[in-house]
Structure formats: structure tokens, C-alpha cells
Ligand binder design. Structure first.
Ligand SMILES: Cc1ncc(COP(=O)(O)O)c(C=O)c1O
Length: 414
């Protein structure tokens, strides 16, 4: 068993051991995975590292002590509201990630319904493509989850969702886009339904928040999903995804800042005076705020457009390349940089193709329902799109030639 060493080890020794331990990790810098990371170039990497280091130990709980962190956080929220349809009443909260933003939204929906309608055990209605972190939040908050199958176009079925709502429905959810298929749900339709029934409408734009507006500017057909869509109450948007910031940075944005009060915790029930927080965290890393602020200011609209262009080019190359291989197809529709490909030839087992790619060092994300391979592209994949297609082609040849290893759909899907 490992225990704390009796005497401390040197900085050099520790740095060397960390580098050695990292040696066995997957090679994300060369596009060998399409999940877990976002990277543009070395300049942005340095901007992030320097900003993070400038606040590496400052605690963002203590904004009384560190007013600069409050000003950086306010800037990040204001820039994001400007991008995502926030009007003069809108507001937001800086969180640690998509899961925390979603937890706070569901908590706010529950608390509001409880205060206004006395709802004893509320439920949330969501398409079955919505992220499982909603289920985790619901479990902790005592909410029932009602997942509704998506339509044949992999988008939420608003009519079927309406049928699952009742007087105890505290929230309706739509994704912009969802993680499994990369499709947008019909947010305007869902938000109108939520407004009509008095439910909280949450838009999960964890993936799309900082990408979709730019993909739209490039001319792609992206439906409105922003805070100014009538009926939208809140939105989760991850700066640590396509906002291109390091981990630990997401936002819960609200169309009306007064709704932040529903996810506020405040108490005086101890000896040390009042304690209040809008997040689930107490101590919060100042570095995450500084690095998010620096990433947004470094990239600017121009940089985000560049990211969007690289991603959509990578998707076009990968889609065309995969569909040129007999027996493979890409699922459609897919709206941003998430795509799923699968086999159309019963003699070609996707599990075996996945295993052959894994053997070459590609981290394969297996999709279930339908059985396939999932990619979530970021700008770096533009440089490796051709390599990826060539690897798929080699894997298919290996499987057609009799390669037997198989990766099941229940293995390593996330
Ligand atoms: C659509 C969507 N929502 C929410 C989340 C959860 O975000 P996080 O992993 O930052 O908690 C993810 C993560 O991939 C996601 O894709």
C-alpha cells in the first residue's frame, strides 16, 4: 500500500515521475482520441497556463479578498450572455463543469416549483438522448426522471414529451446539441410547451454554447436555442468544452437573473456568521476563472470562428472518407462536430473494426443504439482527419481479412 513518504521527494524527481507515468496515456496531441479534450494550438495553451498560474492558489470563494476574480468572472458571464441571447435582465453563475451547471438548474426548478406550487415530488421530462448527468442530479434532488424516446431524426419528440408532463413536472429539458448524436432538439417548441405548463425550461448547450453560434455564422443551418427564445429559463454552456478553456469552467445562464435565487444556499446555522453560495462548491479555483477569461479574450470572435471552421472541415473530410469505404455510413442528421458512423454490411462487425483501431492506439468511443463509433471533434482533428480515415480503412481491411478481436458496445463508451 502507498503511504505518504517519510521524507519529501525533490521537485526534479517528482516532475520526472509524473512525465514517466503520463507516458502510458493516450496521445491526444496527435488526434488519437475524439473525447475528453479540446485543443487549438500552442499559443492558446500558453495563454491558458500563464493565466491559470497567475491565480493558481487564489480561492474564488473569497471574492472579498480577491475582487479581481469577481471582475474576471463578471466579464466571462457578460461576454457569454452577449453571445448567447442574454437580454438586460439575464444573469449567470460560473461553475466547475456541465454537471454542476445542470445540477443547479434542476435544483432551481425543483425549488421554484416547490415554492410556487407546493410540488411534493417533482419530475423532469427529457429526451432519452439527454446527458445522464440529469439522472444523477435528479437522484440527489429527489426528482423522478421521465426519459422520452427521440424521433427517427434523433431529435426530441415534443408531442411525446408533452404527453409525459403532468402537474408535478418541474422542468423540461432540450439539448443544443445532445452528446450521443450531436443533434439539436426543437428548443423553441419545447420552450413554448414549458411556458404553457409553467415548467422551467433548461437548454443543455454544454457542447454547443460556444460552438453553435459560430457554426451558424459560417452559414450552417443551426436553429435558435439561445436565452432569448421565448420560454427558455436557463442554459448550461461549458467554457471548458468549445469555449476552449482548461477544465473546471462552465456557466449556468438564466434569462432572468432573479431566477438565480432558486439555486442559492444561505445559512447562519453555526457560530461563524452567514454563509451563502450560488454553486455546490465552497472553495473554488481562481485559476479556472482566469484561464477561461484569458481564453475568451485571446480567441475573440475571430478565433472561435477559426475553431468552428476547422471542426466543420474535419467533419466533412471524415464523413466523405468513411462513406467512400464500402459497408460504412455516417448517421444523419448531425449538426455540429459530433458524429456517429456504423456498418451497413452485416458481414462487417463494427465491434471488430473498433478493436482493430484500438490496437493501433486510437481511443474508440463505442456507441449503442444504434451500434456504432462516436466522435466528438475539436480543432486539432482537422490536422488528423485524413489519418483517421486511413486508420478506419486499414481496420476494415483487417476485419475483412479475418481479424477476430472484438470491442463490445458496452465497453468504453464514455
Ligand atoms: C451535452 C452534455 N451535457 C452535459 C455534459 C456534462 O458536462 P461535464 O462533463 O463538464 O460535467 C456533457 C459532457 O460531455 C455533455 O456532452
Amino acid at each position: 500500500m502507498t503511504s505518504i513518504p517519510a521524507t519529501g521527494r525533490s521537485r526534479t524527481e517528482l516532475t520526472a515521475e509524473l512525465a514517466a507515468r503520463k507516458g502510458g496515456d493516450r496521445d491526444w496531441r496527435h488526434g488519437k482520441l475524439a473525447v475528453y479534450f479540446y485543443w487549438l494550438d500552442e499559443e492558446l495553451e500558453r495563454v491558458q497556463q500563464e493565466a491559470y498560474l497567475a491565480y493558481w492558489t487564489e480561492n474564488n470563494l473569497g471574492q472579498r479578498a480577491y475582487p479581481s476574480l469577481k471582475s474576471l468572472e463578471d466579464d466571462v458571464i457578460a461576454m457569454s450572455l452577449g453571445l448567447l441571447g442574454g437580454g438586460p435582465k439575464a444573469g449567470g453563475t460560473f461553475t466547475s463543469g456541465g454537471s454542476e451547471s445542470i445540477f443547479l438548474a434542476m435544483m432551481a426548478a425543483r425549488n421554484r416549483a416547490h415554492a410556487r406550487r407546493g410540488t411534493p415530488r417533482g419530475n423532469i421530462v427529457l429526451p432519452d438522448s439527454a446527458h445522464l448527468t440529469f439522472d444523477r442530479a435528479a437522484e440527489a434532488l429527489g426528482l423522478e426522471v421521465r426519459r422520452v424516446p427521440v424521433g427517427p431524426d434523433f431529435r426530441a419528440d415534443a408531442v411525446a414529451m408533452a404527453a409525459r408532463m403532468d402537474g408535478d413536472t418541474v422542468a423540461l429539458v432540450g439539448s443544443a446539441p445532445n452528446y450521443p448524436f450531436g443533434t439539436f432538439d426543437p428548443i423553441a417548441e419545447l420552450a413554448a410547451l414549458a411556458a404553457e405548463r409553467g415548467a422551467w425550461m433548461h437548454v443543455d448547450a454544454c457542447v454547443g454554447g460556444f460552438l453553435a453560434p459560430y457554426v451558424r455564422r459560417l452559414g450552417h443551418d443551426i436553429p435558435r436555442f439561445e436565452l432569448d427564445v421565448p420560454g427558455v429559463t436557463s442554459m448550461s454552456a461549458d467554457i471548458h468544452k468549445h469555449g476552449m478553456a482548461p477544465k473546471g469552467a462552465s456557466l449556468l445562464l438564466v434569462a432572468d437573473a432573479a431566477d438565480r435565487e432558486w439555486h442559492k444556499f444561505e445559512s447562519r446555522a453555526w457560530q461563524r456568521g452567514p454563509y451563502a453560495a450560488y454553486t455546490t462548491q465552497g472553495t473554488r479555483p481562481g485559476g479556472a476563472v482566469a484561464a477561461a477569461w484569458a481564453s475568451m479574450n485571446h480567441l475573440g470572435d475571430e478565433g472561435y470562428l477559426r475553431c468552428a471552421r476547422l471542426i466543420m472541415e474535419a467533419k466533412a473530410i471524415i464523413t466523405a472518407g468513411i462513406e467512400a469505404i464500402p459497408g460504412l455510413e455516417v448517421l444523419r442528421p448531425n449538426d455540429l462536430g459530433i458524429l456517429v458512423w456504423r456498418t451497413t454490411d452485416p458481414a462487417l462487425d463494427i465491434g471488430k473494426v473498433a478493436a482493430a483501431m484500438d490496437a493501433e492506439g486510437w481511443l474508440v468511443g463505442r456507441q449503442q443504439q444504434p451500434d456504432g463509433v462516436h466522435l466528438h471533434l475539436n480543432p486539432i482533428h482537422r490536422h488528423y482527419a485524413e489519418d483517421y480515415v486511413a486508420a478506419v480503412s486499414r481496420a476494415v481491411t483487417a476485419v475483412r481479412g479475418g481479424a477476430a478481436a472484438r470491442m463490445g458496445a458496452n465497453e468504453r463508451t464514455y
